[in-house]
Ligand binder design. Structure first.
Ligand code: GDP
Ligand code: IMO
Ligand code: MG
Length: 423
């Protein structure tokens, strides 16, 4: 029986998961999303084209692979429909390739409005949510009030209206003016429901396990990153799902013993969108250079991403929580013109140096302690094999590998599918 390999982000999301899932897909029969929803924005670039996927797995462009949206995902039919239309315009038709778990939960129009109402009420303490309704939808799932994809095949109106009325009562409590927005969005949403019904709605946990028995290979595609995990991220500035390897078990219905390789993906530096602590954040020219060189603007919201040095303390914690077996370093090219490169190797907390990841990442008390490496000062974007790497770059790789105790097997030197180097 085969195992499921998992690819997931080790930082605050946007590490380049979409690109690498696309690169790895030819080796697999099945690609499956297991958590998150349209808060994700996964970018793929190939043959001069660029696609951003929010709900649909990033294996969709590699021939007739099976792509599964697992039970752990939350889906907004209106966004799903937009994505299908975007793919159709690009000449890609996926009705036969995409399956959706009947147990995945639906993001209702009122979930989005609740997200907005809650964020508004938080004022300065807001999470910086993507406002896609993720938090309220997972809240209803856990509190046993949610509406699932499988409900579309039964008394859908009844279930939908019951939950909608619950939400309206809350929105009224928050004095949130919902009427016009709701009416407009509901139209799109119900039209999305009709589109979703044309796809195979399945018991995906059964399908995935059956395929493993048949010897098929499965790649699970994470969304967000470990530092945004509901349990292990910088709570409360996190998303509302388990983004870590264990999330693939609950989000697809596979046993822990069925997990194979764990590909941990990180940028050669760090970014974060939304609020919350970020110890190695930069507010200077170096941070701006990362933003400019790396085009660090959100794929889902367009917001400028906060940038900073690589944080090895946080990364080591992520490697531990996920049981990472192979590392993938992204966006190395963004640092091509840096004279020096810094990486946080410990933190000073209230004057005391610690190398473990602390309970509270409150940026006021944490001062990163950096190790400095020489920059490679060469254009890496046209390199095609590891023997072309500059000595300083190899030095940086060795240093990161040694700190984390896991090999870096893939290096990415540009956004295109082709700009990927195996080691
Ligand atoms: P994801 O959410 O993890 O899939 O990542 P995003 O797509 O949100 O953000 C990654 C961004 O970096 C996208 O714009 C990619 O096209 C781009 N990208 C991916 N790998 C590289 C790389 O190695 N170098 C550069 N310069 N850009 C990259
Ligand atoms: P991908 O899969 C980066 C962040 C938001 C916010 C917090 C909570 O593209 O890496 P939510 O909408 O989930 O309630 O927002 O999490 N966030 C992401 N940041 N990449 C993502 O996904 C993200 N998904 C959510 O900015 O700080
Ligand atoms: Mg993204």
């Amino acid at each position: 029986m085969n195992k499921v390999d998992v690819l997931l982000g080790l930082q605050w999301g946007d590490e380049g998961k979409g690109k690498i899932v696309d690169v790895l897909t030819p080796k697999y029969n099945v690609v499956a999303r297991f958590q998150g929803g349209p808060n994700a924005g996964h970018t793929l670039v190939f043959e001069g084209k660029k696609f951003v996927l929010h709900t649909i797995p990033s294996g969709i462009f590699q021939g007739d692979k099976v792509n599964i949206i697992g039970n752990g995902v939350v889906l907004d039919p209106a966004i799903f429909k937009e994505e299908i239309e975007m793919l159709k315009e690009g000449g890609i038709s996926i009705e036969d390739q995409l399956c959706i778990s009947k147990k995945a939960h639906l993001i209702l129009p009122t979930h989005r409005l609740l997200d907005a109402a809650y964020e508004k009420a938080k004022g300065k303490a807001k999470i910086g949510s993507t406002l896609k309704g993720i938090g309220p939808t997972y809240t209803d799932k856990i509190s046993r009030n949610g509406v699932r994809v499988g409900d579309m095949l039964g008394d859908f109106e009844g279930k939908y209206n019951k939950l909608k009325q619950r939400h309206i009562a809350i929105l009224e409590q928050y004095a949130y003016d919902y009427k016009a927005e709701l009416e407009a969005y509901e139209k799109e949403w119900f039209s999305g429901v009709e589109v979703m019904k044309q796809f195979q709605l399945i018991d995906s946990e059964q399908a995935v396990n059956d395929m493993l028995v048949e010897g098929k290979s499965v790649l699970a595609e994470g969304a967000q990153g470990t530092m945004l995990d509901i349990d292990f991220g910088s709570y409360p500035f996190v998303t509302s799902s388990n983004t870590v390897t264990a999330g693939a078990c609950t989000g697809l219905g596979i046993a822990p013993s069925r997990i194979g390789e764990v590909f941990g993906i990180f940028k050669a530096y760090c970014t974060r969108v939304g609020s919350g602590p970020f110890p190695s954040e930069l507010f200077d020219d170096a941070g701006q250079a990362m933003r400019d060189n790396g085009n660090e603007y959100g794929s889902t919201t367009g917001r400028p991403r906060r940038c900073g040095w690589l944080d090895l303390v946080a990364l080591k914690y992520s490697v531990m929580i996920n049981g990472v077996t192979q590392l993938i370093m992204m966006k190395s090219d963004v640092m091509d013109d840096f004279d020096e490169i810094h990486a946080a190797t410990s933190y000073k907390i209230n004057g005391e140096e610690v190398s473990h990841f602390p309970y509270d990442l409150d940026e006021n008390d944490i001062e990163p302690v950096y190790t400095t490496k020489k920059g490679w000062k060469k254009d890496m974007t046209k390199m095609t094999s590891a023997d072309q790497f500059p000595a300083e770059f190899n030095d940086y790789l060795d240093f990161v590998e040694e700190y984390l105790g896991v090999p870096i097997k893939v290096v990415s030197v540009g956004p295109d599918r082709a700009q990927t180097i195996l080691r």
